[in-house]
Design a protein around this ligand. Structure first.
Ligand SMILES: *[C@@H]1O[C@H](CO)[C@@H](O)[C@H](O)[C@H]1NC(C)=O
Ligand SMILES: *[C@@H]1O[C@H](CO)[C@@H](O)[C@H](O)[C@H]1NC(C)=O
Ligand SMILES: *[C@@H]1O[C@H](CO)[C@@H](O)[C@H](O)[C@H]1NC(C)=O
Ligand SMILES: *[C@@H]1O[C@H](CO)[C@@H](O)[C@H](O)[C@H]1NC(C)=O
Ligand SMILES: *[C@@H]1O[C@H](CO)[C@@H](O)[C@H](O)[C@H]1NC(C)=O
Ligand SMILES: *[C@@H]1O[C@H](CO)[C@@H](O)[C@H](O)[C@H]1NC(C)=O
Ligand SMILES: *[C@@H]1O[C@H](CO)[C@@H](O)[C@H](O)[C@H]1NC(C)=O
Length: 434
C-alpha cells in the first residue's frame, strides 16, 4: 500500500483522538497559538475539496522544517469549510473564535453564510467540537477577507472587509464598507461602531496588529477608491485606530519603499517591530520586497529591509499564515508563486538573530518521556490519561488497528489530494456601495 509509508514512523494511540497527519497543501487558512501548540484549521484547497481539518504542530519539541510532524485533532473537524476568515483566541486561552470569511457546508460544499461565528472550547481539547455560540447585540455582518485583533480587555476589532455578492465560479465580486465592528469575547456581544469622523476608505486583505498602547496598525490590502476596481493600498500609507479613544488617524511611514500587496501576513514583536512577509500584486505575482520590517518605535514609523534577513529567504508566497512564538516567526502553507503550487511547508524566522533558520528549538526544554526510543514518533495524549494502557494498545493491536486507521484516514483525507496545482484563482474585484 503506497500510502502506508507516510505513517510508518507513527505509533497511533487508540485512546487518544489525535493522529499523525500529512495535511494537504492549502492557502487562506487560520492559525493560532495556544500554550505550546500551533493550531491550523480550514483554508482553500480547491473548489471541489473541503479543508475542514483541524491540526497542530507541537512547539514543545525541536523540529527541522524539512520534517514536520503534524497532529490531526480528529474530533475537531469544522462543520464548515472556511477561508479568508479571521480567528482570535480569548485572553485566557479557553476559546478559539472563528469569525467571518468564506464559508461552505462541509459536506455539500454549498456556500452557507448563516452562521457568522464559530467557537472551539480549548479547555476540552482534543474532544471539543466547533459550534456556533449565541451572541447578543447588533447584527453581525457577513464579511470576508478580514483580520481581527483582540485588545487586553478581550474586545475584538474588525475593520471593513468584503461582502461578496457574486460567488460564481472562480471570480468573486463584492462590496466593501467602512465600518468598525467590535465583539466582546467575555460578554459575547457584537456592536457596530459608526465612527464617521476621519473614516478610512473601505479596505480588505490588510494586516492588523495592536500595539501595547491600544493602537491598531492597519497596513496594505486593497481599498475602494471609487473606481471600477479596488486598488492596492500603498504600504507607507498606514491607518491607525485608537481603541481607547475610538478614533482614526493616518501616518505616512518613511524608510525603504516596498510594493503594495494583499494576502500577506504580519506579526508584532515584543519590542515594537511589525514584520511583514509575502503577499502578491492584484495579478497574483510576486512583490518586492517580500520581507520587510516596520519600526513602530520611531515617529513616523519606518520601513526597512534587514540585511541579515536576505539570505535563506523563503520563496514568494501568498495566502500563508504567520505566528510569533517566542523567538520564532512561523510561516506555514500558502501558495508558492515560484513553483505555482500550493504549499504545506513551514519557514522559520528567528527574531533574535534576525535570520531565516531551519531548526526550531523550544524555549523550555522538551519534556522527556518514558515513551520509548527517540526515533519513534509517539503522539502524547493531550490530557493525562493512562500511559501504560496507551502503550499496551498501540503495541498490542498495532498492525490491524493501524491498517484500519490508515484506510479510514486515507479515505477521508487523501481522496482529494491528487492535484497539488492551483485549481482556482480567486479573482476579487468589484465596486462599492456606501
Ligand atoms: C496562552 O497561550 C500563549 C501562547 O503560548 C501564551 O503565551 C500565554 O501565556 C497563554 N495565556 C494563558 C492565560 O495561559
Ligand atoms: C450541511 O448540509 C447538510 C445537508 O443539507 C445538513 O444536514 C447540515 O446540517 C449542513 N451543515 C451545517 C453546518 O449547516
Ligand atoms: C452580503 O451581505 C448580505 C446582506 O447582509 C448577506 O445576506 C450576504 O450573505 C452577504 N454575502 C456574503 C458572501 O457574506
Ligand atoms: C479591472 O479589472 C479587470 C479584471 O481584472 C480588468 O480587465 C480591467 O482592465 C480593470 N479595470 C481597470 C480600470 O483597471
Ligand atoms: C501623506 O502623504 C500625502 C502625500 O503623498 C499627503 O497628501 C498626506 O496628507 C500625508 N498624510 C499624512 C498623515 O501625513
Ligand atoms: C519575482 O520572481 C522572479 C522569479 O523568481 C524574479 O525574477 C523577479 O525579480 C521577482 N520580482 C520581484 C518584484 O521581486
Ligand atoms: C523526521 O522526524 C521523525 C520524528 O520526528 C524522525 O523519526 C525521522 O527520522 C525524521 N526524518 C528525517 C528524514 O529526518
Amino acid at each position: 500500500m503506497y500510502f502506508s509509508f507516510k505513517f510508518s514512523f507513527c505509533i497511533i494511540l487508540l485512546i487518544n483522538p489525535i493522529l499523525c497527519y500529512d495535511p494537504p497543501p492549502r492557502m487562506h487558512h487560520n492559525s493560532v497559538i495556544i500554550d505550546n501548540r500551533l493550531l491550523i484549521f480550514g483554508g482553500f484547497i480547491s473548489f471541489t475539496t473541503s479543508a475542514n481539518d483541524f491540526f497542530y504542530l507541537d512547539l514543545s519539541n525541536s523540529f527541522n522544517n524539512a520534517n514536520i510532524s503534524w497532529n490531526l485533532i480528529v474530533e475537531g473537524s469544522l462543520p464548515i469549510n472556511t477561508w479568508l476568515s479571521t480567528s482570535i483566541v480569548s485572553l485566557d486561552n479557553s476559546t478559539i473564535f472563528l469569525i467571518g470569511g468564506y464559508m461552505r457546508n462541509e459536506s455539500t460544499l454549498d456556500y452557507d453564510f448563516s452562521k457568522k461565528v464559530y467557537t472551539y472550547d480549548y479547555n476540552n481539547f482534543p474532544s471539543s467540537k466547533w459550534t456556533p455560540p449565541s451572541i447578543t447585540g447588533d447584527n453581525i455582518p457577513s464579511r470576508q477577507q478580514i483580520r481581527g485583533v483582540i485588545d487586553n480587555s478581550g474586545v475584538v476589532y474588525i475593520y471593513s472587509g468584503l461582502n461578496t455578492t457574486v460567488l460564481t465560479g472562480e471570480k468573486f465580486l463584492g462590496v466593501m464598507f467602512n465600518d468598525m465592528n467590535i465583539f466582546n469575547t467575555i460578554s459575547l456581544t457584537w456592536s457596530n461602531l459608526d465612527i464617521s469622523e476621519n473614516r478610512p476608505l473601505p479596505t480588505s486583505d490588510y494586516s492588523a496588529n495592536i500595539l501595547p498602547s491600544g493602537i491598531i496598525v492597519y497596513i496594505g490590502g486593497q481599498e475602494d477608491t471609487g473606481g471600477t476596481n479596488f486598488t492596492l493600498t500603498k504600504m507607507e500609507n498606514i491607518k491607525l485606530f485608537d481603541t481607547k479613544k475610538l478614533e482614526w488617524s493616518y501616518m505616512n511611514a518613511t524608510g525603504d519603499a516596498i510594493d503594495p500587496r494583499w494576502l500577506f501576513t504580519s506579526v508584532l514583536t515584543p519590542d515594537g517591530y511589525i514584520i511583514i512577509f509575502g503577499g502578491c500584486t492584484h495579478d497574483y505575482t510576486n512583490v518586492s520586497f517580500k520581507f520587510a520590517v516596520l519600526d513602530t518605535n520611531k515617529s513616523p514609523y519606518e520601513w526597512s529591509i534587514p540585511d541579515s534577513s536576505k539570505s535563506n529567504l523563503p520563496p514568494s508566497i501568498y495566502g500563508h499564515s504567520a505566528n510569533l512564538y517566542y523567538d520564532y516567526m512561523i510561516i506555514a502553507f500558502g501558495f508558492n508563486m515560484d513553483t505555482q503550487l500550493y504549499s504545506s511547508q513551514v519557514y522559520l524566522y528567528n527574531i533574535k538573530s534576525n535570520t531565516w533558520v531551519k531548526t526550531f528549538n523550544p524555549v523550555e526544554p522538551a519534556i522527556t518521556t518514558t515513551f520509548g526510543p527517540s526515533t519513534t514518533n509517539i503522539i502524547l495524549p493531550a490530557k493525562k490519561s493512562s500511559k501504560t494502557l496507551a502503550i499496551g494498545l498501540s503495541l498490542g493491536i498495532g498492525g490491524a488497528a493501524i491498517i484500519i486507521i490508515f484506510t479510514a484516514t486515507f479515505i477521508i483525507f487523501y481522496k482529494n489530494k491528487k492535484n497539488k496545482t492551483r485549481e482556482g484563482i480567486l479573482i476579487i474585484a468589484g465596486s462599492s456601495e456606501n
